[in-house]
Unconditional design. Structure first.
Length: 117
């Protein structure tokens, strides 16, 4: 084994507390991500802690919550302007659900991290 039990518990503690991700621990300590996960479980079990909740990486529709400063701007708009803003938001939401975003005048389309003209 590469690390002592105390060292593995320390690595596991850093993972459990969120100081490191599994990928970061794998790079820093020259171990696999699976080993890093096992070290976190070892720490969790030794301290009798509850399982760490996994981060959800699902893609969801963007949240269109309006910050308080934006409310003043919306309140000053005419009915036609509000309708235009709602249409823009709905179009953007539909595009994001399909996995792309349009920049500028629509000639640049972003699919993930790729630019397509």
């Amino acid at each position: 084994m590469k690390y002592t039990k105390a060292q593995r518990l320390d690595i596991g503690r850093k993972l459990y507390s969120g100081e490191l991700t599994r990928r970061q621990a794998a790079e820093i300590y020259d171990i696999s991500e699976q080993s890093a996960r096992d070290y976190m479980r070892l720490y969790r079990d030794s301290e009798q802690l509850p399982p760490k909740q996994a981060a959800k990486h699902s893609v969801s529709a963007p949240s269109f919550q309006i910050p308080p400063a934006g409310m003043e701007e919306l309140e000053s708009m005419t009915k036609e302007q509000l309708i235009q803003e709602i249409l823009k938001a709905r179009i953007t939401e539909a595009r994001l659900k399909k996995g792309y975003e349009v920049k500028g005048d629509g000639t640049v389309i972003l699919y993930g991290s790729k630019n397509i003209k």
